[in-house]
Design a protein around this ligand. Structure first.
Ligand code: ATP
Length: 332
């Protein structure tokens, strides 16, 4: 059952998933979602809380069925060919879920190897290799409940690789990782890529996505906003800036609004001392005509004797809303 080389590792078309609860309206977690990931790619799924990332991971790993649409892993339908799909996919959820705390790491991994129906000798060898790979050999016979959070995360990652999967799905694997663990994690992704595996990794963190992914898909409210290489998305984010300034009168507000590259000017509160003056939030969008829009805003403010100025990078949600939406970038 070796897939044809050109078959995408993951192929999703018009995927919709609704959650129904009696007494409340259905919740649409995925809404006509399309995605194609070629074999061997490290693909990031980037989106705010509740965007639908976990739902997609669960459908691809056959834990959840879609309401409509299709999803294929290495050419196999997740609905009609679950037996073919399961051995191809290894899934790792971040946090504490999914380990048996009273079993040792060796027992946890052996249990998973049994679920994957690996023959005894192969299973034993695989478990020892994974304990070694994740630096757990020495502690492999101690109960997981005695492990540090970082060690538990390593057991999780090891568990995801027990079945030697072609596609590794990592759902927020770095949640709560310390910087050393996060660096080891990035190295692991490089190794997985080197082994020819396809990786789908969900995250809230653009910096992480930029560091490890070949391409990134932005998802929000169950819909795909864009699929791009991470540098392009990183540029959208760094170009977009928010500047807060206090003591601004209506004349300056009008001048700010007419500056090229200014996306919006909002009054967020009036001054307690002088009600003609406000604190405003100015959103700028990159470089316009060779000039940096934020610098032009700051120059205008300073020229008008306004010096209470703060600037901050946007949250991802703001990028989705203003940068991507404002530029009319739709689904690719
Ligand atoms: N079992 C469920 N019953 C009802 N609604 C659900 C269920 N699971 C998820 N949802 C809802 O579906 C939407 C998508 O959830 P999902 O967990 O897929 O998002 P996510 O992008 O993984 O978010 P997070 O980063 O917070 O994990 C959310 O609005 C969530 O509240």
């Amino acid at each position: 059952m070796t897939p044809v080389p050109d078959t995408p590792a993951i192929s999703v078309a018009g995927l919709t998933r609704q959650y129904r609860r009696t007494g409340s309206p259905p919740k649409t977690a995925l809404d006509g979602f399309d995605l194609t990931i070629p074999s061997g790619e490290v693909h990031g799924l980037l989106g705010p809380n509740g965007a639908g990332k976990t739902t997609l991971c669960k459908i691809l790993s056959t834990v959840l069925t879609p309401t409509s649409g299709t999803a294929h892993v290495c050419g196999h339908d997740v609905m009609t060919e679950t037996r073919a799909v399961r051995p191809l996919v290894g899934i790792v959820f971040g946090g504490e879920r999914g380990l048996y705390p009273r079993l040792t790491a060796r027992q946890n991994l052996s249990y998973w190897a049994a679920l994957y129906k690996l023959p005894g000798k192969v299973a034993k060898r695989r478990v020892e290799e994974l304990l070694e790979r994740f630096g757990l050999t020495d502690k492999g016979s101690e109960r997981v409940e005695t492990y540090s959070r970082g060690m538990k995360q390593r057991v999780h990652l090891a568990r995801g690789l027990v079945g030697d999967p072609k596609v590794v799905i990592l759902d927020e694997p770095t949640t709560g990782m310390d910087p050393v663990a996060a660096r080891d994690f990035r190295n692991l992704i490089t190794e997985l890529r080197g082994e020819g595996r396809t990786v789908l990794v969900t995250t809230h963190d653009m910096a992480e996505a930029e560091a490890i992914c070949d391409r990134v898909t932005l998802i929000d409210s169950g819909r795909k906003l864009a699929t791009e290489d991470p540098r392009t998305i990183g540029n959208w984010i760094t170009e977009y800036e928010r500047i807060e300034a206090s003591g601004v009168d209506s004349r300056v507000i009008r001048a700010l609004e007419s500056l090229a590259g200014v996306v919006s000017v909002q009054c967020i509160r009036a001054s307690e001392v002088d009600e003609q003056l406000s604190t405003v939030l100015i959103e700028t969008d990159g470089t316009v005509g060779g000039a940096n829009a934020s610098k032009e805003v700051i120059r205008l403010l300073v020229d008008n004797d306004i010096t209470a100025i703060r600037s901050a990078p946007p949250t991802l949600e703001e990028v989705y809303l203003h940068v991507i939406g404002g530029r009319g970038m739709g689904v690719r």
